[in-house]
Design a binder for this molecule. Structure first.
Ligand SMILES: [Zn+2]
Length: 359
């Protein structure tokens, strides 16, 4: 693998991850770009003890309906069109988001009163293009291509963890128009947050209170493997299961059998074993109803500076589709109270997914 760091016209970093050592990465971004916007401000909610990123600049963001390759900013550039990627081809590429929620580019921030505090949204937001093929999807990537994406994820996790003020690195993919994705090109994102996120704090709090034979996450994995009814797929190094108390109609958690804090700590064998398992689960999602399954795929990694021995790297994948023409919307109970109601029995969801994986 060859890694090449370059810069876009407005100074953002762009990094090529190439399978071949002789890839030519000298192409220059010649677009006239506006200067980069400043970072969001973080405001503290004293009632929930959470930080909310308020990004005023995102309102001015130009809407780009880029369903087709002809107008896609994530396709390679050509003789007649300049995109976010100056090269005419690429394997995997990562670049800084043009309108980031978190960045190192600070403005001025004023106190706002109301028992809140304000601080700059230190951190970084990156876009990861999984392939140069516009009409592909993660589920259709080859094992070798998934391996290269994982090398990029591991590289970015290690690098972003080293930024001063960054407390957690979140690697994820939002997929499908129903999730609000306007760019059809296969891509994911990475957020480097200046705080530990609420869901991670909850899980690590539970892990700290757990009195079991082992680590909480390891005990959950062992129990799901022993129960078996919710296991969707497994190999020697990974298990995919629907959690007993799934929140979403179709939700699958994928754990490595060895406790590691983050993607950078996975062995080469673990990365290689993840690829076929994950893409088979994604294809099972799409085959369930014969229509594209909107999903969110979220890597849960250890915080950068705390509780690393308690945390356990795992992926939480879920869809909001519950039937061919039906989506699960977060309404009153979920949105207002955080109290989930799931219409699909987790054991039935596991059985449906398992029958697709077995095909
Ligand atoms: Zn594209």
């Amino acid at each position: 693998m060859k890694r090449t760091i370059t810069h876009l016209a407005d100074g953002r970093e762009l990094i090529y991850f190439d399978r071949r050592d002789d890839a030519d990465r000298s192409a220059i971004d010649r677009r006239p770009l506006e200067p980069r916007p400043v970072a969001s401000e973080l405001r503290y909610d004293p009632l929930t003890e959470e930080w909310i990123a308020v990004a005023g600049h995102r309102q001015t963001r130009t809407f780009q309906p880029a369903g087709t390759a002809a107008e896609c900013p994530l396709c390679p550039s050509s003789d007649t069109r300049s995109t976010e990627i100056p090269a005419y081809d690429y394997d995997v590429v990562v670049f800084e988001n043009r309108f980031p929620s978190f960045s190192g580019n600070f403005g001025t921030y004023h106190e706002v009163g109301g028992l809140s505090q304000v601080r700059p949204g230190v951190g970084r937001c990156e876009v990861v293009c999984f392939t140069s093929e516009h009409s592909s999807s993660f589920s259709r990537l080859s094992d070798a291509q998934v391996g290269l994406v994982m090398e990029a994820w591991a590289d970015r996790t290690a690098e972003l963890s080293g930024i001063e003020g960054v407390e957690q690195v979140f690697v994820f993919e939002n997929r499908g128009e129903e999730i609000g994705i306007t760019l059809a090109h296969p891509h994911g994102q990475i957020y480097a947050y200046p705080y530990v996120t609420p869901r991670t704090r909850l899980q690590l709090g539970a892990a700290a209170r757990h009195r079991g034979p082992g680590n909480l996450f390891a005990d959950v994995l062992a129990a799901e493997r022993a129960t078996g009814t919710r296991v969707v797929a497994a190999n020697e190094l990974w298990t995919a299961f629907v959690p007993a108390a799934a929140r979403w109609p179709f939700e699958v958690h994928i754990y490595p059998h060895r406790q590691v804090p983050d993607l950078a700590a996975l062995s080469e064998a673990e990365r290689a074993a993840f690829a076929p398992l994950y893409t088979s689960v994604l294809r099972a999602f799409d085959d369930l109803f014969g229509v594209v399954m909107p999903y969110i795929s979220a890597w849960h990694q250890a915080p950068v500076r705390q509780d690393r021995e308690l945390a356990y790297l795992h992926l939480e994948l879920f869809s909001i589709r519950r039937a061919p023409g039906k989506l699960k919307y977060l309404a009153g109970s979920e949105s207002a109270m955080g109290a989930f109601v799931n219409d699909v029995l987790p054991e039935e969801a596991a059985r449906m997914l398992r029958s697709q994986v077995d095909h």
